[in-house]
Write a protein that binds this ligand. Structure first.
Ligand code: ADP
Ligand code: ZN
Ligand code: ZN
Length: 742
């Protein structure tokens, strides 16, 4: 028996168990509350794990001998203050174990127990000899210009990149003469070297002032079409934040974090900009995190997980393209980075600026009817850019070539002849979505996805030579003959980006044709490299939604949208919102600079209400109609959802588990005929929209409640018995609060 009074570490471990684990202190030092938030290495069964001390308390009376912590890994608590409090909130909100939430919040290297890395920036400064010799250097030469830049303060290498071309040669020449030296400096000691931008127009000015005057937490929606100058507003708001000595955090979508964007931020703000995204290695990500933790990083720009950046001097959080789907984590801890950014902004007492040309219906509702958010609008494109003209093309009964009508091909020809670039948007990569036997009707199905009732076609790739499942990644060679009837009439059906590329390359010989999709841009900088190669020359870009944003294309004059019809008839309640956003985003790419832009939208359903509303009234008219429908149907933002998912090798166990879980959520109480009025409604269990994927049968149970409070109260009460269900051991299950895909 352990001493019931000796304080113990209560450690949050990255395990799917909703509890903390007690450990005795290492020999020679009693645990104290200043240990909370430090990482420790502990024995766990035969393994060693890295966890975070969540509390220090007394061992439970009568508990067996505790094992001791093997090592304390941090000199100071790594997680503390606002970030630790917010992560506790996130664990409660997602109903996930604290240990898993904390592990999700830490960069991988720190999660593994590595020490907080060194975070200085490389900078250049003048030596005393250099300061004296400055006036003797020949006017106008590069060494003289560099010496002038370094005159008042050291400058970091990123800033010099933006300020002076080929500065490195000049730096070497100064260093040879003993006039300048390269030094390691924390980013916070570097003097900002901002570059001027365009003068804000009145709407931008109003938005910049709204952020400046917020004086504490304020959720603000910045609603403006592509090219309306939202990024300019961010830059001004960040500059204000820096001037107050505060840190700014900027979240951008997965695809929006381009080298172009970082270069623009670096040049305009004139301070080091720390980036963090999935294209960086673990060491680099840990460095950004550590630099922010130390308060050295003043501006952090990153994708979803950047929302866990420590901000000891926070001044502003920006969420660009707040509607973007990549902000929602789809496995593990299913957090929404935009929503968590709002929670952190509130805890930190700083404004949170949500920008979008197509705000999510939740955010729009909060900014308009709800009145809970400040609503800032930029109604026009900045500078001279004009909005693109949008035309719907009815292709019923018209012959199509690789899915393109003759009219569309003609428009492409004209745009190219005028020296412009053309974007052909088709949200389906590969050569063709289906391989079909024309003799017997057989089609190639993924053996690991789909069920006997509902098949999942494999996508044809490599001009018909290969088949690939886009759900599980399964690949195989295309069969030479039909496996059912041995006939040779196998034909790719439908059109993917590869096939459009093939046809357009043949039709427009001598014109560069670039295909941009996940297949053609494996590396993060692949997209920039590909697009850089074409520059502003006339050419054709063919791509999936990867092309809907990101890299700026000033010479793009024509956007052709094809093959969107399947999205018009999807069952998911969010499918229309997603399609409308995608269409507006893609259309917004046309005519960003001086040249007017045109958008052609090809469909077999020209009268579909979604298209009609979107074309006539724009995104806001669509959003108003869609919100009315959501309200009538009881969907978010008018209801709060949670989805319990389960999967297993066989179809039975997921349904059995969910059935048992349903009993835990709505216990049949004796004498009660009706559940409480605001108790969540339960639908299911039912097979998931993809009933089988990668060999696993999948099912789900949906909870829908009129208020967040009642949803969470029901989950709070039901989850302990659900965890304890014997059926739970036969499945992999997860809970998704605020699911985006049902
Ligand atoms: P968004 O982020 O809304 O797409 P940006 O901030 O990138 O818009 O602005 C689009 C273009 O318009 C950029 O080239 C930018 O430099 C320019 N721009 C923005 N604001 C102004 C302004 N007030 N005057 C002139 N040009 C502007
Ligand atoms: Zn056949
Ligand atoms: Zn598959």
């Amino acid at each position: 028996m352990s001493d019931a009074h000796a304080p113990v570490f209560q450690v949050a471990l990255p395990l799917p168990l909703p509890r903390l684990f007690d450990y005795a202190a290492p020999a020679g030092r009693a645990p104290g509350t200043d240990d909370i938030g430090r990482r420790v290495r502990v024995p766990f069964g035969p393994r060693e794990l890295v966890g975070v001390v969540a509390a220090v308390g007394a061992a439970a009376p009568g508990s067996p001998e505790l094992r001791a912590v093997l090592a304390r890994l941090d000199e100071q608590p790594l997680l503390h203050g606002e970030l630790l409090d917010s992560l506790h909130w996130l664990a409660r909100y997602t109903h996930a174990p604290l240990g898993e939430v904390l592990a999700t919040a830490l960069p991988a290297a720190l999660r593994r127990g590595e020490p907080l890395p060194d975070t200085h920036a490389w900078a250049w400064r003048l030596t005393e000899a250099g300061a004296t010799a400055l006036s003797g250097l020949r006017q106008g030469t590069r060494p003289r210009r560099l010496a002038e830049l370094l005159h008042d303060a050291g400058r970091d290498e990123d800033a010099l990149d933006a300020a002076l071309e080929d500065w490195r040669g000049a730096a070497r020449s100064l260093a040879r003469r003993g006039y300048a030296e390269r030094v390691a400096m924390p980013a916070s000691q570097l003097a900002p070297m901002p570059a001027p931008g365009p003068t804000p127009h009145p709407e931008q000015q109003a938005a910049i002032e709204a952020v400046r005057d917020a004086g504490g937490f304020a959720p603000l929606l910045l609603d403006g079409v592509t090219g309306s100058g939202k990024t300019e507003v961010y830059l001004h708001a960040i500059a204000d934040c820096l001037a107050r000595g505060r840190q700014a955090l900027v979240l951008v979508p997965e695809i929006g974090l381009t080298p172009q964007l970082l270069a623009r931020f670096r040049a305009r703000l004139g301070v080091p900009v720390h980036a963090t995204h999935s294209g960086l290695n673990d060491g680099e990500r840990a460095r950004t995190w550590a630099a922010a933790w130390r308060g050295e990083a003043r501006v952090v720009v990153g994708t979803r997980s950047a929302v866990f950046t420590p901000l000891p001097d926070a001044g502003l959080i920006v969420v660009d393209e707040e509607h973007d789907g990549s902000y929602k984590q789809q496995d593990g801890i299913r957090y929404h980075a935009r929503d968590f950014a709002l929670v952190r902004g509130k805890a930190l007492g700083v404004p949170v600026l949500l920008g979008s040309a197509t705000p999510s219906l939740e955010t729009l509702h909060n900014a308009t009817t709800g009145g809970r958010y400040g609503y800032l609008r930029l109604s026009q494109r900045a500078g001279d850019a004009k909005p693109p003209a949008v035309r719907v093309m009815d292709v019923r009964k018209r012959p199509l070539e690789a899915g393109l009508s003759a009219q569309m091909l003609e428009a492409i020809r004209t745009a190219l002849a005028d020296g412009g670039q053309v974007l052909v948007f088709r949200n389906r990569r590969g050569y063709a979505p289906v391989l079909l036997c024309h003799d017997c009707g057989w089609s190639a199905q993924c053996p690991r996805c789909g069920t006997p009732e509902v098949g999942r076609p494999m996508t044809v790739h490599a001009h018909g030579r290969r088949l690939q499942c886009h759900h599980c990644g399964h690949r195989r060679a295309a069969p030479p003959a039909c496996p059912d009837c041995a006939g040779l009439a196998l034909q790719p059906q439908g059109v993917g980006t590869e096939r459009i590329e093939e046809v357009l390359a043949a039709k427009f010989e001598g014109v560069p044709v670039l295909r941009i999709d996940r297949g053609s841009t494996q590396r993060r900088d692949g997209l920039a490299t590909l697009l850089g190669g074409i520059g502003e020359r006339p050419g054709i870009l063919i791509g999936t939604q990867m092309l809907a944003k990101g890299h700026d294309l000033p010479n793009l004059t024509l956007v052709c949208v094809v093959g969107i019809d399947e999205g018009l008839f999807s069952a998911d309640f969010r499918s229309h919102e997603k399609l409308a956003q995608l269409l507006i985003q893609v259309a917004g790419r046309a005519g960003r600079a001086q040249r007017a832009g045109q958008v052609l939208l090809q469909t077999h359903h020209p009268d579909h209400p979604l298209l009609a509303t979107l074309i006539d009234g724009g995104y806001h008219a669509f959003a108003a109609e869609e919100l009315a429908q959501r309200e009538a149907a009881g969907f978010p933002p008018f209801a709060h959802l949670a989805l319990l998912r389960a999967e297993a090798k066989h179809a039975g166990p997921p349904l059995a588990f969910l059935q048992a879980a349903k009993q835990c959520l709505a216990p049949a109480r004796a004498g009660e005929t009706r559940p409480a009025q605001d108790a969540p409604a339960l639908s299911g269990p039912m097979p998931a929209p993809m009933p089988r994927r990668a060999g696993m049968h999948r099912a789900q149970l949906l909870l829908s409640a009129p208020s967040r409070r009642s949803l969470h109260a029901a989950l709070e009460a039901a989850l302990p018995p659900i965890h304890a269900l014997p059926e739970a051991r036969k499945v992999r299950w997860s809970l998704d609060v605020d699911p985006v895909d049902l």
